[in-house]
Write a protein that binds this ligand. Structure first.
Ligand SMILES: NC(=O)c1ccc[n+]([C@@H]2O[C@H](COP(=O)([O-])OP(=O)(O)OC[C@H]3O[C@@H](n4cnc5c(N)ncnc54)[C@H](OP(=O)(O)O)[C@@H]3O)[C@@H](O)[C@H]2O)c1
Length: 330
């Protein structure tokens, strides 16, 4: 019987303190199952919050860390018809992603679209999916319409820029570091501004007074407060993260006189409700963009599972140049 290395945890706390390496037994592949070798698994902010015990959905403990991964099918059961050896797939998120191999039920394994690199597939199901859904589920945006977002250099933010560009939307991107401006413009951002009190004065210059109907907020606090002032009558601010850990405020006047709306988005909720067909349709749309070069989200460093402490500490640092990912089978 073979074993597989994991990064697991059996209590909540500081991720680098509660995580540990574990050798788990790998069961034999059943007739409706597949064995997957994990190629890359990002450490997303939600994974950190899950280990801390502060996330909205927590697995039973002990658990294997991580939700998102790309793996390659290395063995299939005799009754599995729609997956093949060598295919890039997403293992079931509930099993935990930070592991070398996993044996999973084939009907819970999702194939990535053809023609994606391992790096593109590793981040497709969370960040680009979130970006695409937020751009379409709340406001009926037309080509030429403006969207504004904070933390525009995040994985989600970069995906918003690329998807918006493909749809003919114009993006106003707020960042907290000047050195990101050229990088995001090269990615297709129409405007990149510093997320500070100068925003109000600069905004008219970039929009020429055109209305902004959608704002995407993942910071909260002062940054979200600034976003609410940029919105047109009836505009919607969709909040999908809270990186500053500060609550959201909305001026009374904006609520009464401009009917500004605050909404929330959680991609996990979407995946829970969506059929397998709806997920694969969304991924195919994202895959088409990926094949044209989108979603090459920068990776700052790859770590083996044995270096989980350094990896988890690194993932919690701000001002990173890209994602921190586990490469469980270097
Ligand atoms: N609701 C959903 O369905 C959903 C889906 C995906 C992601 N998310 C959330 O979206 C957020 C971004 O995720 P990601 O994977 O795209 O992240 P990421 O690539 O790791 O980027 C993190 C971003 O947060 C910024 N940041 C970090 N600490 C901050 C602070 N204290 N104040 C302001 N900005 C701060 C970083 O800016 P610097 O580079 O300047 O440090 C960077 O832009 C997270 O909160 C995540 O949980 C939500």
């Amino acid at each position: 019987m073979s074993t597989t290395l994991t990064v697991s945890y059996s209590r909540h706390g500081k991720p680098q303190e509660v995580a540990y390496n574990e050798e788990q037994t790998l069961p034999a592949v059943g007739e409706k199952q597949v064995r997957i070798e994990i190629k890359l698994a990002p450490i997303n902010p939600s994974d950190i919050n899950t280990l801390e015990g502060t996330y909205a959905q927590l697995p039973e403990l002990p658990a294997v860390g991580g939700r998102e991964a790309v793996g390659v099918v290395v063995e299939i059961g005799s009754a599995v018809k729609d997956l093949k050896v060598g295919q890039l797939v997403e293992p079931p998120p509930a099993l935990g992603a930070w592991r070398q191999q996993v044996v999973a039920d084939a009907d819970k394994v999702l194939p990535f679209p053809e023609g994606l690199s391992v790096e593109q597939a590793a981040v497709l199901s969370v960040n680009p999916a979130t970006a695409r859904l937020m751009l379409t589920e709340f406001v009926d945006l037309k080509p030429g319409d403006f969207v504004i977002q904070n933390a525009a250099n995040s994985g989600v933010g970069r995906s918003v820029i690329e998807i918006a560009k493909a749809r003919g939307l114009k993006t106003i991107n707020l960042v907290r570091r000047e050195e990101l401006i050229a990088e995001l413009k090269a990615l297709g951002a129409d405007h990149v501004l510093l997320d500070d009190d100068t925003l109000r004065h600069k905004l008219k210059e970039v929009t020429g007074g055109a209305p902004i109907k959608l704002a995407l907020n993942t910071v909260g606090g002062d940054s979200a407060f600034r976003l609410t002032f940029t919105l047109a009558q009836g505009g919607i601010m969709v909040t999908y993260g809270g990186m500053s850990k500060q609550p959201i405020r909305l001026g009374t006047g904006l609520l009464i006189f401009k009917d500004i709306q605050l909404r929330g988005f959680w991609v996990t909720r979407w995946y829970k409700k969506a059929s397998r067909e709806q997920v694969l349709t969304l991924w195919e749309e994202l895959g088409a963009l990926a094949r044209k070069g989108a979603f090459r989200l920068p990776i700052e460093k790859r770590y083996p599972l044995t270096e989980f402490k350094q990896a988890l500490e690194h993932a919690q640092q701000s001002s990173r140049g890209g994602k921190i990912v586990f490469q469980p089978n270097p």
